[in-house]
Design a protein around this ligand. Sequence first.
Ligand code: AMP
Length: 192
Amino acid sequence: MNIILLGPPGAGKGTQAKRLEERHGLKQLSTGDMLRAAAASGSELGQKAKEIMDAGQLMPDELMVKMIAERIAQPDCAKGFILDGFPRTVPQAEALDEMLAANGLKLHAVIEIRVADEVLVERIQTRIAQSETVRSDDTVETLKKRLDVYHAQTAPILPYYERQGRLITVDGMKPIDTVTEEIEAILSEAVR
Ligand code: AMP
């Protein structure tokens, strides 16, 4: 089963992806985690990624498409994958469709976890207040930039998947367990 989780930064995509990974043996593919690993390694790509991530901007489409294409071909994705943080632009979504078709793979569900911007700002403020170590892109200022980028560049993929009749939206402001239950219900329908 291959799934896409969409939604703004802080919507809970990573949390839900981890749960699906445990319950269904699917592989979580988080492009943000891949870029943070590259940044930690200090590689040239990593240094560029860190600058872009800290500025709340997006990495070039071509690079991200290549990163995902290499990843979904790995054996640990054989049972299926959950895309968390990809696609983030319409060109990425189009490239993904081509990539899946070329590999004979199907997309079983595209799930949007919808959360209002004000709630995301409150969540990040709570997180900063509660934790001692925060990610360098985990600030209210960067979140606001990331939300602008989300609305301008990522939100247009919602109508893209809606036109394909694939988009299902869940309310990401409900408790985490309720969101998980709703996603599970969507997935049971998707495999029927
Ligand atoms: P995330 O952990 O998914 O919120 O991603 C953290 C940061 O990595 C984003 O703010 C972007 O700078 C970058 N990034 C992650 N995924 C993508 C992508 N698919 N396309 C472009 N940039 C990305």
